[in-house]
Design a protein around this ligand. Structure first.
Ligand SMILES: [Zn+2]
Ligand SMILES: [Zn+2]
Length: 305
């Protein structure tokens, strides 16, 4: 599998002189399976626009573009590039869009394709030339054919959000974004009037169990791409409950889960290149015990596993 990053930022695109090195586009990466000529895309943030332009220069255009787009969730930074993805306008292109099931009134198609209405955009969904199929996912395991398997896992985010585990020829690629460690949802302060000892213990146990399930989900990954938007200090000071992980937790938790290579991802848009470089100096040192390799994902970077 060749993984290429097309957008590594969270929340909102942030192009400009401060973000030239790591890039300013929001979440999008591709997995290219060279031997079977299959293409899987994870998320349709603003980075998918450049990916679409690149695809149009590839040989697969002649054979007919076929791609699976896995959406981790439908927050705007993960779907905003979809209307600008050129293959949706190409006759004969076949795209399958997977995403977490929505329990609201709107279907996945309404949520993603609904960006293509005159209210927001000059082209309507009905005018797209590609054949686009939408498939809603829960926690499940799917056979994508050609020996590719896909497993999904719910993460902890303010909207339903899936982690993806893609396995092919003994190699494992995982995503864990956007997510935050599961927490005890009950009051754990004995001095608080709402404190209930049994509920506090129960909440603790549930959070521990859910975190364990997430760790099991990406254990043994050859590459894990993990939401690490904040530092631990930023997280603790004002970001608890926002649905993102600290760099420190991502590293520690991945190492304990037996991950081989960790890409820190979904960078805070306020973070300039120099600041990420400084964080990398601190955090991206080979881990003595596990040998796990850690790096901050950079737009255009390719990793082969
Ligand atoms: Zn996001
Ligand atoms: Zn999100």
């Amino acid at each position: 599998m060749k993984i290429k990053f097309w957008g590594v930022r969270g929340s909102i695109p942030c192009p400009g002189p401060r973000t030239v090195k790591y890039g300013g586009n929001t979440a999008c990466l591709e997995i290219w399976f060279e031997d079977i000529e299959r293409l899987i895309i994870v998320d349709a943030g603003s980075g998918i626009r450049e990916l679409g332009n690149d695809i149009m220069k590839r040989d697969i255009v002649k054979k007919g573009i076929r791609a699976e787009i896995l959406l981790t969730h439908t927050h705007w930074d993960h779907i905003m590039g979809f209307p600008f993805f050129t293959p949706i306008y190409i006759p004969g292109a076949q795209l399958t869009v997977y995403g977490p099931v929505t329990y609201e009134d709107e279907t996945l198609e309404d949520t993603v394709g609904g960006q293509l209405t005159y209210r927001y955009f000059p082209v309507r969904q009905a005018e797209l030339a590609a054949k686009i199929e939408y498939i809603s996912l829960k926690e499940e395991k799917l056979d994508l054919g050609d020996g590719i398997t896909l497993t999904t896992k719910y993460l902890n985010h303010p909207v339903l959000c899936l982690g993806y585990r893609v396995e092919y020829k003994g190699k494992i690629f995982c995503t864990a974004y956007d997510t935050e460690p599961f927490q005890n949802v009950f009051c754990s302060d004995p001095n608080d009037p709402s404190y209930d000892e049994d509920m506090a213990k129960e909440g603790e146990a549930v959070a521990r169990e859910e975190n364990q399930r997430v760790g099991d989900f990406f254990s043994g990954s050859d590459l894990l791409v993990y939401d690490a938007q904040y530092t631990k200090n930023e997280y603790k000071s004002s970001k608890v409950g926002w649905g993102h992980t600290s760099i420190e937790h991502a590293i520690d938790f991945s190492e304990k889960s037996g991950v081989k290579k960790l890409a820190l991802f979904h960078h805070e848009p306020l973070r300039a290149d120099k600041e990420i470089d400084d964080l990398a100096q601190n955090f991206c040192v080979p881990k003595k015990n596990s040998g796990m390799d850690v790096f901050f994902a950079r737009e255009s970077e390719e990793i082969i596993i």
